[in-house]
Design a protein around this ligand. Structure first.
Ligand SMILES: [Zn+2]
Length: 402
């Protein structure tokens, strides 16, 4: 069984120890003692180096032997019995000790302040989530949880771990019962929380620094709360401060006024959209008074898409309208087309199949619709063929209906 330095002193960053085993390919190493946490309890395994070779994975055998899987073979001059130096990736470890210890603290506060028991936890790369057995927690309750957690952080309560025999468990009032037998490791936040846990933790609550709830969602009838903890919360504060300051400068206002200004701007934009729609409609009505050229065709050159849509919509309101509208788009070099085929009294229904087979398919044109309106796109060099094809269909229909 490997001696677990991460438990006796979770603050060890570098350590010297003796090599106990090396795999034949020299890619897996077991040591007499290690500071590499092998992962567990939602906390990821450590990275780092052994003899300056990167450690990519840590596994633990049933007998407690911890194996370090290396990125490339251990140097040839190192053999079983030699002393070797290990160094763990400290920023990574620190980040996850903050997440993990912060989670202990938050789970304890959630239980004490909101009667919410932790069901599961996950320490992700961006947020730490805690699922609790409550269907609802209102904003006030969540705010209260944050405030109490922050108070306990400021109180700098010691976090300590120790081992007992499971027979002694009755002496402790654990936040969550454990089914473990034999040696049980307990982790205590001084006079505040105690649970069984095999993870690695900070030395006191002050090191958690800051907690912030950033998400609440329902899951399986429970609530899943997402938190930013420690450096992550501080980094997020910095980012948000920069962004809100930049937004306030854009509005020439104070940061707290930004939401009001955004709301006002949204209303203004909606009003402008309504005005533009109305104006487009009026312009369309005027343009549609001009004669078709030739009969059955209306050509437009690079009109804005909104105005073209208004033209098509107004044209489609006339049940006797039978016309193709085409708009040459200079930005895309394509033609936006619309066919309005009113089915006023005593007229035959539009031959959709003919449109597809005789017009769209031969010209490789895209589009679709339903009576009385079809819209789509065709390549610019097919414009004249498109118009000729449409006029032919139109003539054939007229011949049929007479
Ligand atoms: Zn723990």
């Amino acid at each position: 069984m490997t001696k677990q330095l991460f438990h006796s002193d979770p603050m060890i960053r570098t350590f010297d120890t003796i090599i106990q085993a090396i795999s034949p390919d020299r890619l897996v190493v077991a040591l007499e003692a290690t500071a590499f946490y092998p992962g567990g309890g939602g906390q990821p395994a450590d990275g780092g180096t052994i003899a300056a070779v990167a450690v990519v994975e840590i596994t633990r055998d049933n007998d407690g032997t911890i194996r370090h899987h290396l990125d490339c073979p251990l140097p040839e001059n190192l053999n079983v019995g030699d002393t070797v130096m290990g160094e763990i990736n400290w920023p990574h470890r620190w980040e996850y000790m903050q997440q993990h210890t912060g989670q202990h603290l938050l789970s304890a506060v959630l239980m004490k302040e909101a009667g919410a028991n932790t069901v599961s936890v996950h320490q992700g790369e961006k947020v730490t989530t805690i699922e609790v057995d409550r269907a609802n927690l209102n904003d006030t309750a969540i705010q209260r949880v944050e405030e109490v957690a922050q108070r306990v952080i400021a109180e700098k309560r010691l976090v300590r771990s120790f081992q007992i025999d499971s027979g002694e468990l009755g002496r402790y009032s654990l936040r969550r019962p454990t089914g473990r037998t034999g040696i049980v490791r307990l982790v205590e936040i001084q006079d505040f929380d105690i649970v069984a846990c095999g993870g690695v933790h900070l030395e006191d609550t002050a090191e958690v620094q800051l907690v912030k709830t950033v998400g609440v969602e329902s899951i399986r009838g429970n609530l899943r709360l997402a938190f930013l903890i420690g450096q992550r919360a501080l980094a997020d504060y910095g980012t948000k401060h920069r962004n809100i300051t930049a937004a306030a400068e854009l509005f020439s206002t104070r940061p707290e006024q930004v939401p009001l200004r955004v709301t006002a701007m949204q209303e203004e934009v909606q009003q402008l959209h309504r005005t533009v729609r109305l104006q487009n409609r009026r312009i369309a009505e005027l343009l549609l008074r001009q004669p078709e050229d030739p009969a059955g065709v209306r050509r437009y050159d690079n009109e804005p898409e909104d105005l073209f849509t208004a033209l098509v919509e107004v044209a489609a309101e006339d049940p006797l309208s039978r016309v193709a509208l085409v708009n040459t788009r200079r930005d895309t070099g394509s033609i936006h087309w619309a066919i309005v085929f009113g089915e006023g009294e005593n007229t035959s229904p539009f031959p959709q199949k003919v449109l597809r087979e005789k017009l769209l398919k031969p010209l490789d044109a895209r589009g679709g619709g339903r009576p009385p309106l079809w819209r789509g796109v065709v390549a610019a060099d097919k414009l004249e063929a498109f118009i000729a094809g449409f006029l032919k269909i139109l003539q054939e229909e007229q011949a049929l209906s007479h």
